[in-house]
Ligand binder design. Structure first.
Ligand code: ZN
Ligand code: ZN
Length: 341
């Protein structure tokens, strides 16, 4: 390709520093142009300037297709992000550029984003620290008797007051039977003594995200819940201990799965072991049995095995780790002691 038209906001942000929600980035051999509209006429040049992006801004929303056509007038193979543009956007670009000049691409900028640099890691560390602190405060104040929704709002509020732009994703607080749903939404259920509670919480800091899950028993767990907490925590610790440069992600998945299968619950571990995190909450590399990536310094991944039993509840334990030249570092440091009030 001799040019690329980028639509994914996180990719545009990564390459230019622009945080607006409307824009396209046209990249070609001689430079890059951010096509946006008048709402960003002040913001866009300032943001690009702040990061030293080698890119000009065109904030004139009128005649957008004319600008795309003239920008790419001398280009013969123009890449589009197949995973980002809609069918109708493609149709418009076909009529603008001609079908024979456009080409589907996938993951070009996402590949660049996989390995984080020091400045990105700083933001992710801060996001993880904010979420870890918020969780510690909320757990110390006691979960029993509160609704899931109340605990979720409390976490979000504390993260915002500590400097986060917001939660990194919709905070999960799932108690009792709700904890059997890996992506439960916090509801009006009151958390009761004897419940298992899954809390999955992350913060958003300057575009970057953290991701952490802890599971708790409110008061002493019954024997089955105690075994679940023990098995999943051991699976998580064993798999996280493997994280290092040169390790294949499927080996991390296999390690977590082996501990859970040994306990007889293989079929209740119904998702992959982890995923990359960064500007997006789920990004490459994924950590699953089918994934083939080899970890490299700068990779940020979660390790989050879980076991879910319909009608009973569930347990998931998740940490966010960063791979470096000298081993892996855990960013999410909340204690894993499961018995709380
Ligand atoms: Zn999570
Ligand atoms: Zn996660």
């Amino acid at each position: 390709m001799d040019a690329l038209l980028i639509h994914t906001p996180a990719n545009i942000r990564y390459l230019t520093g622009f945080t607006g929600s409307a824009g396209e980035l046209a990249v070609h051999a001689d430079g890059a142009v951010l096509l946006t509209d008048g709402r960003y006429g002040i913001q866009a040049p300032a943001q690009l300037d702040a990061v030293g992006a080698d890119c000009t801004v065109d904030p004139d929303a009128t005649g957008r297709l004319d600008r795309v056509r003239s920008l790419f007038a001398d280009h013969h193979r123009i890449g589009l992000e197949a995973d980002a543009i809609t069918w109708s956007q493609r149709e418009v670009l076909v009529s603008c550029l001609g079908e024979d000049r456009i080409q589907a691409t996938s993951g070009l900028v996402e590949d660049l984003r996989e390995r984080k640099d020091a400045a990105e890691l700083q933001r992710m560390e801060r996001a993880a620290a904010i979420a870890t602190d918020a969780l510690a405060q909320v757990v110390a104040a006691g979960l029993g008797g509160r609704t899931e929704r109340d605990v979720g709002f409390d976490l979000d509020d504390r993260m915002r007051r500590a400097g986060a732009a917001g939660p990194a994703y919709e905070t999960i607080v799932a108690s009792g039977p709700n904890a059997a749903l890996p992506h439960a939404r916090p509801g009006d259920r009151h958390i009761e003594s004897g419940d298992l509670v899954i809390i999955d919480v992350g913060a958003l800091v300057d575009g970057y995200r953290s991701d952490m899950t802890r599971s708790y028993s409110i008061g002493a767990p019954d024997p089955e819940a105690a075994r679940m907490l023990d098995v999943v925590t051991r699976a998580q610790v064993a798999a996280a201990a493997l994280v290092d440069a040169g390790v294949t992600v499927s080996d991390i998945d296999r390690t977590a799965r082996a501990v859970i299968e040994e306990a007889g619950w293989g079929e209740l571990f119904s998702h992959g072991t982890g995923h990359g995190v960064g500007l997006d909450i789920h990004e490459a590399p994924s950590v699953s049995s089918r994934a083939t990536a080899t970890l490299q310094p700068g990779h940020c991944i979660t390790v989050e095995p879980g076991v879910y039993r319909a009608g009973f509840g569930g347990v998931r334990v998740e940490d966010l780790l960063v791979v470096s030249e000298s081993g892996a570092r855990v960013l999410t440091t909340a204690p894993k002691e499961p018995v709380v009030a």
